[in-house]
Design a protein around this ligand. Sequence first.
Ligand code: GRF
Length: 208
Amino acid sequence: MLRLAVLVSGGGTNLQAILDAIANGRITGARVVKVISNSRKAYALERAAKSGISSECVTRKDYPVPEEFDRALLAAIQSSEADLVVLAGCLVVIPQIIVDAYPNRIINIHPALIPSFCGQGYYGLKVHEKVLERGVRVTGATVHFVDGGTDTGPIILQKAVEVKDGDTPEILQRRVMEEAEWKILPQAIDLIANGRVAVCDGKVTIGS
Ligand code: GRF
């Protein structure tokens, strides 16, 4: 049984998609053992509580020295004895000490088709604002392994979503979540939990 530690920052709709997929069997062989938030106000913590999952807050406000925050976040993950760390709407740039401790064992959902609209400053609604500003006709979401960069790790799954005339950033964000994020993040976890994902030379292969 793959133990999942899910890192969150906000509403937790991606966490909820994981919990729902485990409940309805679309994810097998995995369970969420801990939710870790960098914000005490994150509704994701309510979602964890409703599902009886232990949670912990590790916020920068409590650690004036950045390295102490990094170590506290690592300790919170390690204490869960997680096999896989899932960044689900997590706005924390994962410190190198955590990336080093969990090589190819941290995955992230990004609300665009990497390498488009990603990297420094591209998160949350800002991504969709830039998509609309550029006028692309297709966007989507990407699940990838986390390496030392920002949105640069090996890509596991992607799903395209149509941009429609009249879309606002909020409407587009919702469509990308509903049609892509909430599908491919659980799907990626199920593939990993069932031993179907391998990484070789920075490229992912998905076995049958
Ligand atoms: C989503 O667009 C997600 O892709 C981004 O943050 C937004 C909210 O995620 N990282 P959630 O509802 O907190 O899972």
